[in-house]
Design a protein around this ligand. Structure first.
Ligand code: GUN
Ligand code: FE
Length: 456
């Protein structure tokens, strides 16, 4: 697949997998996926269905028929619900200290460098290209406090064709943000946010709205109440998504309890920051009431299992949140988590859930080791969270092969020589084949990536 394949207006014959419902896998075998001129799936037809032969011959006659190479498997593109674009140069380092030290010692100094537009452009180009090549077709990005660097990130997503939500970070609290890296006032935070929203919405190459703005208070400790209030009003006025960090660590959760006398979730709600399209990163210390509140508001959690291992001091009770009806997708949290691939987030989701279910202290008898013995998440559920779950969290029609959904997809070549998947005869079983792909695939196994039907 050396040439870029535009699938708009085409019918693709493909095999592969998606997880339209949490907990089960739908395997496609020689399915016909008809893609409209707008990149949206019009129909998915399977052998044996009434229309199949007619759809096949019509596509052949019209010259719009294409087939994936034998053995190549189609999956929905991944949704990464939590990426700090400016932290890409810090990926895989600086993880030796707790969150509150990490921010001041490493992260704010790095992010401050994005006052330099050339640096912002260089990093953003590299990151967006790398994430697309890793199969991330939708990304929810924190940029920096700078409106210009935020605009540059959005421009590059538009140029490279990634579906993305980009937010200028709002952080105006002089008590917790350094002089060299913060919004000068609540008004400055709002003005910069508004500037980036307007830029993205008016961009001449963004007519399909593939890149969207997002109101982005960094987290409660970094913002004044005045800024939080106005950001909530702005999100309502503009109908924007919202993203922030929520109850991430003991320190952060405790800070909000002592400043506001309530949890992060309750406080965000009173500022009007919890609604459908709000994505709260981490949320490890949510109470049962917080979970009910998120479910009622249709707000979502970006579960960042790798980052949580470094900063949270706890494992997110994912099963409990799902059972409460909270929407959840996965995030890498570049660079709080030293991973950039959602494959790694899927693997870590399964792994940390198993540790939460078993408990981790071998000095305790097995039956006393964990209070959450039903916490385990399997690869099917993790795959759902990485695709359809992320789409639902954002309220976007992505992550499923179904009519009305964007054709955002990746093609996996399990036999790529430089890849890391090795298949054996018994992998003819769909479940085992998908499990092997999710656990062992790497970048060389990704043979193609499409966003809205366009290969990127
Ligand atoms: N809380 C506030 N800012 C950040 C950040 O950049 N990363 C993480 N993981 N948590 C945060
Ligand atoms: Fe983060």
């Amino acid at each position: 697949m050396a040439d870029k394949l535009n699938l708009r207006g085409r019918t693709l014959l493909a095999s592969g997998f998606h997880a339209p419902e949490r907990g089960s896998i739908d395997a496609l075998h020689d399915a016909l996926i008809a893609i409209g001129e707008d990149g949206i799936i019009e129909a998915v037809t399977r052998p044996g269905e009434e229309d199949y032969e007619r759809a096949l011959s019509e596509a052949r006659e019209a010259g719009t028929f294409l087939t994936l190479p034998a053995g190549v498997l189609l999956m929905p593109g991944f949704v990464d619900l939590h990426v700090h674009a400016p932290q890409y140069p810090q990926l895989g380092r600086a993880l030796d200290v707790p969150l509150e030290v990490w921010l001041q010692k490493y992260t704010f100094p790095l992010e401050a460098r994005y006052a330099d537009a050339a640096f912002a452009r260089r990093v953003s180009r590299l990151l967006v290209g790398d994430l697309l090549a890793s199969g991330t077709t939708t990304a929810l990005y924190f940029a920096t406090v700078h409106a210009e660097a935020s605009r540059i990130l959005a421009d590059i997503c538009i140029e490279k064709g990634q579906r993305a939500l980009v937010g200028k970070v709002a952080m105006d609290n002089a008590d917790s943000c350094p002089d060299y890296y913060r919004d000068a006032s609540p008004a400055a935070a709002i003005a910069g946010t508004r500037e980036v929203i307007d830029h993205i919405r008016a961009h001449p190459d963004n007519r399909e709205g593939r890149v969207m703005p997002v109101v982005t208070p960094r987290f409660i400790p970094a913002c004044t109440d005045a800024a939080l209030e106005e950001l909530g009003a702005l999100a309502r006025e503009c109908g924007c998504h919202v993203q922030t960090h929520c109850s991430e660590s003991d320190w952060e959760h405790g800070y909000v309890l002592s400043r506001h006398g309530m949890t992060d979730a309750a406080s965000l709600d009173r500022f009007g920051l919890l609604a459908q399209g709000s994505v709260l990163a981490h949320s490890n210390f949510l109470t049962r009431d917080d979970m009910d509140l998120l479910a009622a508001r249709q707000a979502a959690v970006a579960h960042c299992p790798v980052s949580n291992a470094y900063f949270a001091g706890a494992v997110f009770p994912l099963r409990s949140a799902l059972e409460k009806g909270v929407r959840v997708g996965l995030g890498t949290d570049i660079s709080g988590g030293p991973i950039s691939s959602i494959f790694d987030a899927v693997r870590a989701t399964v792994m940390v859930s198993r540790m939460l279910a078993s408990g981790v202290d071998p000095a305790l008898p097995a039956r006393e080791r964990s209070a959450l013995s039903d916490a385990a998440i399997d690869f099917r559920e993790a795959f759902y969270l990485a695709t359809a779950g992320g789409g639902e969290a954002l309220g976007l029609p992505v992550g499923r092969f179904a009519p009305g959904f964007h054709f955002d997809a990746i093609a996996i070549d399990p036999s790529a020589e430089k890849g890391t998947i090795r298949l054996w005869d018994h992998d003819a079983d769909d479940d085992n084949l998908l499990q092997t792909i999710l656990y062992t695939a790497s970048k060389p196994n990704i043979a193609g990536v499409w966003v809205g039907g366009m290969q990127v």
